[in-house]
Write a protein that binds this ligand. Structure first.
Ligand SMILES: [Cu+2]
Length: 509
C-alpha cells in the first residue's frame, strides 16, 4: 500500500497516465530541442514531471524502470530548462523584450503587448525612413508656421472659422483664413465665402432681440413679442459677412462661390490695392454666375481697415440686402497691444423688398434715358419719403438695439481698446459714431499714413471706415451711437458697461 494512501488500482492508473504523459513530454522536448523555441515548456515540463515522478515513487511500492526513466528524464528536463532560461533571457534582453520567468497567462499577455509595441515601433521607424522627405517638409512647415500661429493668436484670430457669428460673437470675431507658408517665406491665407441670395428672395434673419421695450418697434408693449424679420442675402449665412484679417504682404486667396439656388450673379469687391481683374465688378472682372465660383488673388496692402461687398448692379440692392463685411490688413509691425473689437454700421430697408423679400430694384446699367427714367419712377414709388428707398432700421454689427441692457459691452477702466469701424449704410449719405464720457484717437481708413484726430465723434460717408483707440478712466454706463439721432431711434445704439474689474465682454456668454 502507498504510504500516502493510494490504492493499487489508483497507482496503476497513475502509471498508465504517467507513461502517456511521458510520451507527450518527450514529443514536446523533441520539438523544443529542434526548434529551440519554447523553453518555457521545458521548464514547466520538468517541474511537472518531477512532481509526477515523486508522486509515482512515493506513491508506489514498485520502483520500476518506468518511474526511474521518468525521474531521470524529469530531473534532466528541469536542469536543462533551468540552465537554458538565463541564456534565452539574455538574448531577449538584447532585443529589448523583458525576460520571462514563468508561464502564466498574464506574463504571456504582457509580453505579447510588448512585442506588438516593438513591432509597431519598428513599423514607425520604417515609415519614417520611407517618408523622410515628407516628414522633414512637415517639420519645416511647422517651423515656418509657428511664428505666424503665435502672431495670429495675439491678434485673437478665431479658432473656429466655420460657425456663423451672432451680433455678440461678431464683435470680436476675426477670420484669418487657412494659413500655409511657401518655401520663400510668403504667407498664404485662403478664405471661402459663399454668396447666396436664396432664389432672389433672401433668407429670413432676425433683427430684433428680446430686450423688453427695445427691438420691437413694429409691435406695441401690450402685444406678444414677435421678432422682426429681414429677408437677407448673405456671405457665409450672416449679415454682416465675416471679418477677414491678414497682414500686409500676405498672399490672399478668397474663393467666392455663388450658390446654385441664387437667382442673381454676385461678386466680391474689396477696397485696397489689387489688379483690375480682382476688383469684383460686373463683367469679366469678377462677376460670378449662380453655381460658379472664382478665387480672388491679391497681395494684401496697404495696412488699414476696408469694407468688402458685392458690386453687381443694382449695387444698392446687393449691399442693402446684406452682401458686405470688413477686411483688416495689419501692418507688418504689429500695432500696440489692445483689446480689439469690430463695429460694422449697417441698415435695413423694406422700401423695395416687400414683406417676403421678392421685390427688386431695376438694374441701372446699361443706362439708357428710358431705363434711367423707369428706375427713377421705381425708386420714387418704392420710397417712403418719395426720394428713393429709405431704411427702417439701423444697427451696429447687424442687430438693432443689440448691445443694450444685459447685452451691454463690458469694458474695464484703464484697459486699452481698439475698434475697427466701417459704415455700410445704404440710402443715407452719412452716418456717425459718437462715444459718451470719453474721447478717442481716430485714424481715418486706419492706414499708417492717416493723421489721427482726438475726438468723441466721427462722421462717415458710405463705405467709409477708420480705427479708434481709447481707454475709460471712469466706471459707468456709457452710450455709443449715431449722433444722427433719427438712426439711434431706429436701432443704432449700444452701451459700454465700464467697470473697475476685468471680465468678459458679455456676462451672460
Ligand atoms: Cu450681389
Amino acid at each position: 500500500m502507498s504510504i500516502i494512501g493510494f490504492s493499487n488500482e489508483c497507482l496503476l492508473l497513475l502509471e498508465i497516465l504517467t507513461r502517456y504523459l511521458l510520451l507527450l513530454e518527450i514529443l514536446t522536448f523533441y520539438t523544443y530541442s529542434k526548434c529551440f523555441l519554447n523553453y518555457y515548456t521545458v521548464v514547466s515540463t520538468g517541474r511537472k514531471l518531477y512532481i509526477l515522478s515523486l508522486l509515482s515513487v512515493s506513491g508506489s511500492d514498485m520502483f520500476n524502470k518506468y518511474t526511474l526513466i521518468i525521474s531521470i528524464f524529469a530531473v534532466a528536463t528541469l536542469l536543462i530548462g533551468t540552465a537554458v532560461t538565463p541564456i534565452v533571457n539574455a538574448q531577449l534582453q538584447t532585443l529589448g523584450v523583458p525576460a520571462l520567468e514563468t508561464t502564466t497567462n498574464t506574463t504571456a499577455a504582457v509580453n505579447t503587448t510588448s512585442i506588438q509595441s516593438q513591432i509597431s515601433g519598428l513599423q514607425k521607424q520604417l515609415y519614417n525612413a520611407q517618408h523622410a522627405d515628407q516628414i522633414k517638409q512637415q517639420a519645416d512647415d511647422a517651423k515656418l508656421l509657428q511664428p505666424i500661429a503665435q502672431s495670429d493668436k495675439a491678434k485673437n484670430c478665431a479658432i473656429d472659422q466655420h460657425t456663423p457669428t451672432t451680433f455678440k460673437t461678431y464683435l470680436t470675431h476675426f477670420a484669418c483664413g487657412h494659413v500655409t507658408v511657401l518655401a520663400n517665406g510668403t504667407t498664404v491665407r485662403h478664405f471661402t465665402l459663399i454668396a447666396d441670395d436664396y432664389n432672389g428672395t433672401g433668407t429670413p434673419i432676425q433683427i430684433s432681440t428680446n430686450t423688453p421695450g427695445l427691438g420691437k418697434p413694429l409691435t406695441s408693449y401690450n402685444q406678444t413679442y414677435k421678432p422682426v424679420i429681414f429677408h437677407a442675402w448673405t456671405f457665409n449665412g450672416t449679415v454682416p459677412g465675416p471679418t477677414m484679417r491678414f497682414t500686409e504682404g500676405d498672399h490672399v486667396q478668397i474663393t467666392v462661390r455663388v450658390t446654385n439656388d441664387s437667382k442673381f450673379p454676385h461678386s466680391l469687391h474689396m477696397h485696397s490695392i489689387h489688379p483690375g481683374a480682382m476688383d469684383g465688378m460686373s463683367g469679366a472682372a469678377g462677376m460670378i454666375e449662380p453655381g460658379k465660383s472664382l478665387t480672388y488673388n491679391f497681395v494684401a496692402n496697404p495696412a488699414g481697415v476696408y469694407p468688402y461687398h458685392c458690386h453687381i448692379f443694382p449695387v444698392q440692392e446687393h449691399i442693402s440686402r446684406g452682401l458686405y463685411g470688413m477686411m483688416i490688413i495689419d501692418p507688418k509691425t504689429p500695432r500696440p497691444q489692445a483689446t480689439e473689437m469690430v463695429m460694422m454700421l449697417n441698415s435695413y430697408t423694406y422700401s423695395f423688398q416687400g414683406v417676403n423679400g421678392s421685390g427688386h430694384l431695376t438694374p441701372t446699367l446699361p443706362a439708357t434715358q428710358q431705363q434711367i427714367e423707369k428706375n427713377l419712377t421705381d425708386v420714387t414709388q418704392k420710397s417712403d419719403e418719395n426720394n428713393g428707398p429709405d431704411n427702417q432700421f439701423y444697427s451696429v454689427n447687424g442687430m438693432p438695439f443689440g448691445y443694450v441692457g444685459k447685452d451691454s459691452v463690458h469694458l474695464t477702466t484703464g484697459t486699452p481698446y481698439r475698434i475697427y469701424l466701417a459704415n455700410m449704410v445704404e440710402f443715407d449719405p452719412v452716418n456717425s459714431f459718437h462715444m459718451h464720457g470719453n474721447l478717442f484717437n481716430y485714424w481715418p481708413s486706419g492706414t499708417l499714413n492717416s493723421s489721427k484726430i482726438y475726438t468723441d465723434i466721427v462722421t462717415l460717408g458710405q463705405g467709409d471706415r477708420g480705427m479708434l483707440e481709447f481707454h475709460y478712466n471712469f466706471p459707468g454706463q456709457f452710450m455709443f451711437h449715431a449722433h444722427i439721432n433719427h438712426f439711434s431711434d431706429l436701432g443704432w445704439i449700444g452701451f459700454f458697461s465700464v467697470d473697475n474689474k476685468p471680465g468678459p465682454f458679455f456676462n451672460n456668454g
